[in-house]
Design a protein around this ligand. Sequence first.
Ligand code: GLA
Length: 385
Amino acid sequence: MERNEAMQAFKEIFGADAEDLFTAAGRINVIGEHVDYCGGKVFPAALNLRCNVYGRKVGGNKIRMAFRGIEGIVEVETDKLDSYRDLKIGNYQAGVAYFLQEKGVEIVGCDLYYDCTVPFGSGLSSSAAIEVATAVTLCEYAGVAYDKVELALLSQKAENKYAGVNCGIMDQFASAMGKKNHAVLLDCSTLEYEYVPLELGEYCLVVANCNKPHNLVESKYNVRRQEVEVALKTVQTVKPVKNLAELSPADFAEVKYLLSGVVAKRAEHVVSECDRVRRAVIALKAGDLHELGRLLNESHYSLRDLYEVTGKELDTLSALARKEAECLGSRMIGAGFGGCTISIVKKTAVAGFIRRVGTAYADAIGYKASFYETSIEDGITVEKL
Ligand code: GLA
């Protein structure tokens, strides 16, 4: 949606002009999947697909929210912020407001129009973008200084404790701290981070959504978290580690006999994925995109066979990508069970790639995939209109 259209919509709904635009980014993750909550390193980057919040500070105790493509207004009262957990739309926002208030930030009444261009349920972190953009908006309207990492942590808390999804810190961190043309190498056990230029020369990343209907992703995600918790507790009976990510593949080989069934498979994914992140960063820094592509493929296979979070749609989409001569590697990103893949594709071959993979996917699955034009951008932006 163009900015003018959004501002027009704001005026029609709220009867006054929007005064500010706050945005936070959706994200991709180059590699390091399902390791953030195991203390691993992840390697996400912020996208041009974003949650745009057009706002006007009004005062009083009402936050009124409208949403592109959805009729009506959702209203939450700043003195009842604990009571909106069951809202279908607006619960992420209420959760962020609730925890900001708990920290002592005065939540000021405002009118907000949400134009979220991150497709929902796509594995590109629309929820993190909504949370972080809301957190920025409410801090700005409260007139308080904020630290972006603190906002990411608070947003994660809202998702964990208010919306009930036990996610790690990757998405909110990338949404807040992303940097144009860089990926963020984030150590989730310490929150130390390093920006690495995402320079792919004559290649680029193609983001494709398998468009599988959203189905119980949150509950399946929470089950995976419990399984790695069990793995960690078991490993801790013989090794003094705080996180599974501290185990090298060699360490893991020594303790694997303690684990069995799915718990063993889940832990093996985590340990091997952490090792792939390490190797992927080395490959990227050295400009070895073929090696990076191989690691992306291995990551997908591990998520498919060991972590079991892919499914027919994501497997088909990434396998079709891999068959393309000018594609160096492809994998699912995010929580899985649906959502997006990324593929490293030669820039000159992208149009043909999208055509062929798109057609073959629709033939195999019965509905179409979507392909997005993406670029890597900054996380948070703040603008007076
Ligand atoms: C979701 C969660 C993240 C992370 C990924 C998997 O996006 O929100 O915290 O666990 O899944 O890597």
